[in-house]
Design a protein around this ligand. Structure first.
Ligand code: FNR
Length: 346
């Protein structure tokens, strides 16, 4: 498993101390003003020996909130709270990116006191908000072109705020059925304007966010997470393949820090992608790719050796084992993850 512990040069700006990344993990433990707490500072500091921490998803503005107590990056207090996290991670020799999030139709007006949520089309999802069981999801409002321009501006401002808060870069959350992903799938995007109907149009808003952020903070500090296989809060459609074929060809021409697959279990296969989502991304994108989803140190090391991806993100095992890196290096057994571990920050 030596390859996991080799440094990795992302680009001229960033070199990672090893190839194990902390996957973004929502923990819902920010305070009532969505400011990171001291417990969150300590939690991230304990994991500073990973090659790169990707923060839990951070909402770019109030109407992006879909779960309780998810942190933000739009107020001075939130920026200051994140500064305490990044300073501590840096003091321990680590690196940390902010994952920038808008949940789109998976948001709920309850959290921000608004009248509606925004999405590509007025198509809702069924079910209730986790941990707020009495709240049914609402039917979103289809974003106007002016709404989309505002969103691009707000993503870019949140990226600038992340740099002000001391983050080494940002990962745009374009995965897992949230706002940007909703534009990339036919089941959630039924627009008939320049943001819908064709692959080029459906990729327009996500690419505008990528480009606005790259211009604002540098492409070398900008990364993207994508779920070409629809698996969460969204229905698959075989035509989605063309959208991702187009989007990946566009991304190939840009110089992003990395591309990260969004999935819970990478053994899943998708007919319309011809197999695993990670293999599909690898065959359409030649630059740094981050794999994730059910990997052990052994299977992750093997996948890197076989060039299936370049960096390995680890999620649940890093919740269960704050000292994951030290344990794997020393060949010590890992504590198994269980959902009960989500109620406290260790
Ligand atoms: C997640 N995941 C996730 N993904 C993301 O892009 N942003 C997020 O905020 C979260 N939050 C989150 C919370 C919890 C409790 C879990 C378990 C997962 C998905 C995560 O990044 C990763 O893709 C999966 O956990 C699969 O990797 P592991 O856990 O099998 O290593």
């Amino acid at each position: 498993m030596d390859n996991l512990f080799q440094p990795y040069v992302l680009n001229d700006t960033l070199t990672l101390q090893n190839r194990i990344l902390m996957a973004p993990l929502t923990r819902s433990m920010a305070d009532a003003e969505l400011v990171p707490t001291q417990a969150m500072v300590d939690y991230y500091a304990r994991r500073a020996d990973t090659g790169l921490i990707i923060s839990e998803a951070i909402i770019i503005r109030p109407d992006g909130q879909g779960y309780p107590n998810t942190p933000g990056l739009f107020t001075a207090a939130q920026i200051a709270g994140w500064r305490a996290v990044t300073d501590t991670v840096h003091a321990k020799g680590g690196k940390i990116f902010a994952q920038l999030w808008h949940t789109g139709r998976v948001a709920h007006p309850f959290f921000f006191g608004g009248e509606y949520t925004l999405a590509p089309s007025a198509i809702g999802i069924n079910g209730t908000v986790p941990r707020q069981r009495e709240l049914n999801y609402t039917v979103p409002k289809a974003a106007t072109t002016a709404d989309i321009a505002d969103l691009v501006r707000d993503y870019s401002q949140a990226a600038a705020n992340a740099i002000e808060a001391g983050f080494d870069g940002v990962e745009i959350h374009g995965a897992n059925g949230y706002l940007l992903d909703q534009f990339l799938h036919y089941s959630s995007n039924q627009r008939q304007d320049e943001y819908g109907e064709t692959p080029e149009n459906m990729a327009r808003f996500p690419l505008a966010v990528v480009d606005a952020i790259s211009q604002r903070i540098g492409a070398d500090r900008t990364a993207l997470r994508l779920s070409p296989g629809a698996y969460f809060n969204i229905e698959p459609d075989a035509r989605d393949r063309q959208v991702f074929d187009y989007l990946l060809a566009q991304l190939e021409q840009r110089q992003l820090a990395y591309l990260h697959l969004g999935i819970f279990d990478d053994s899943m296969t998708f007919d319309y992608l011809g197999g695993q989502a990670s293999a599909y991304l690898r065959s359409h994108y030649s630059k740094t790719l981050v794999g994730v989803g059910g990997y052990t140190p052994h299977s992750g090391s093997q996948a890197i050796a076989e060039h299936k991806f370049d960096l390995l993100a680890i999620g649940r095992p890093l919740i269960a084992n704050p000292d994951y890196i030290a344990r794997v290096k020393a060949g010590l057994p890992l504590e198994p993850y269980s959902d009960d571990m989500l109620s406290t920050l260790v």
